[in-house]
Write a protein that binds this ligand. Structure first.
Ligand code: CAA
Length: 387
């Protein structure tokens, strides 16, 4: 792995850092409190190429690579996890998925508006009864007799950006008798008849990232909006999630860095028993353990991004690297934000400082895009070759 970043990678990191510090950090607490979708700052991300970092210029993106995406995600997440959630779904689950599996016409019609930030994309896999066991979905897509369209009926839940998305990558069962091999991927336009947004989820953290149920009732999808062949859907969703998990690992690293850096400042400034609390060994041990986990998570995430970049040329899978990075970075984010609250004492528990928000936001990284238990399952299955 080459750890020397290119000029372009450093440039996008710099753009993201500037927006994070100047535009996002000042409003993050207010959006967390109100739970409103931060449309204005998300628009700024789009205008600066951050909503389609890996999307080639011809489809409206920044034309950069996976490492550039990781570096930018870390900066945005360090200012606000919710913004980075919206950014990651747009970039990876939506754009990356369509770029990899979509037709040329689909890319032009459905990637460009999302990569340029004119519209928001989403990814609909989970259903009320099927989260980790994603292939147990019930939503049905039935092909018309002449094969020109599909009619979809069913529900999806926990759809990140669902309340605001214009286009959604949707997974539906076209042949239930085939299990995971009977799932097909589609692109849906939320402005068509038969699409309904359901209840919004009130959440512990990432409150400014809007999440809701969606329901499709006799919703018609033209056959040209099917992604890949019938039955390819489950593998497409797993391939997309491999990439998505690197985004969540990056998010966890950014969040951890923010909590760690705040703890360094506080441990120097806060005096107790006549000295900086950072000179007490119990605080020093926390700082050292936080630093080790932060650096390890950062390196594992860069390794996963690098593996994804290699895979673009070889077609190899990078599932293990992605799951290792996501598992370690998300569990480290929980550890680091927990220690950061403890170091800050009462101020860590107060809404006057961002520590309690970091702590609440960290939890989701252990849950979405595959729980820690699913990451362990993927890693162990890949390593042992056993099921
Ligand atoms: N890439 C390509 N193909 C893959 C794959 C991958 N990473 N992983 C599995 N497959 C293929 C397998 O090779 C297999 O192919 P065959 O049928 O040809 O043999 C097929 O998919 C089925 O694989 P499994 O038998 O391993 O499937 P499984 O039912 O045992 O499930 C699982 C595997 C890892 C548990 C999977 O269901 C999983 O990852 N679950 C978690 C789902 C998840 O992450 N949900 C998050 C929702 S999205 C979200 O959170 C977004 C958001 O809002 C931010």
């Amino acid at each position: 792995m080459n750890l020397a970043f290119t000029e372009e990678q450093l440039m996008i990191q710099d753009v993201a850092r500037r927006i994070a510090i100047e535009r996002i950090a000042p409003v993050a607490a207010e959006f967390d409190r109100s739970g409103e979708f931060p449309s204005e700052t998300i628009k700024v991300l789009g205008e600066n190429g951050l909503m389609g970092i890996e999307v080639p210029h011809e489809y409206g993106g920044a034309g950069l690579d996976s490492i550039a995406y990781t570096l930018a995600m870390i900066e945005i997440a360090a200012a606000d996890c919710a913004h980075s959630t919206i950014m990651s779904v747009n970039n990876t689950l939506y754009c990356n998925g369509l770029l990899k599996y979509g037709t040329e016409a689909q890319k032009h019609a459905y990637v460009t508006p999302i990569a340029t930030g004119q519209a928001i994309g989403a990814f609909a896999l989970t259903e009320p009864q099927s989260g980790s066991d994603a292939s147990a979905m019930k939503i049905r897509a039935v092909a018309s007799a002449d094969g020109s369209y599909y009619t979809v009926n069913g529900k999806k839940s926990w759809i990140t950006s669902g309340p605001v998305a214009r286009y959604i990558m949707l997974f539906a069962m076209t042949d239930p008798s085939k299990g995971s091999r009977g799932i097909t991927a589609f692109i849906i336009d939320t402005e068509r008849e038969g699409f309904h947004r359901g209840k919004s989820e009130p959440k512990l953290g990432i409150r400014a990232s809007a999440t809701c149920e969606i329901e499709l009732t006799d919703y018609r999808i033209p056959a040209e909006d099917r992604i890949g062949n019938e039955g390819d859907g489950f593998k497409i969703s797993m391939g997309v999630l491999d990439a998505g998990r690197i985004g969540i690992a990056s998010q966890a690293v950014g969040l951890s860095r923010a909590a760690y850096e705040a703890s360094l400042v506080y441990s120097r400034d806060r005096k107790s028993f006549g000295q900086s609390i950072g000179s007490f060994q119990m605080i020093q041990a926390k700082i050292a353990d936080m630093k080790c986990r932060l650096d390890a998570a950062h390196l594992l995430t860069l390794r996963a991004a690098w593996a994804k970049q290699q895979a673009a040329a070889t077609g190899a899978r990078f599932s293990t690297e992605a799951s290792v990075a996501k598992l370690f970075a998300s569990e480290s984010a929980m550890y680091i934000t927990h220690q950061a609250v403890q170091i800050h004492g009462g101020m860590g528990y107060s809404k006057e400082m961002p520590l309690e928000r970091y702590f609440r936001d960290a939890k989701i990284t252990e849950i979405y895009e595959g729980t820690s238990e699913i990451q362990r399952l993927v890693i162990a299955r890949n390593e042992t070759g056993l099921r």
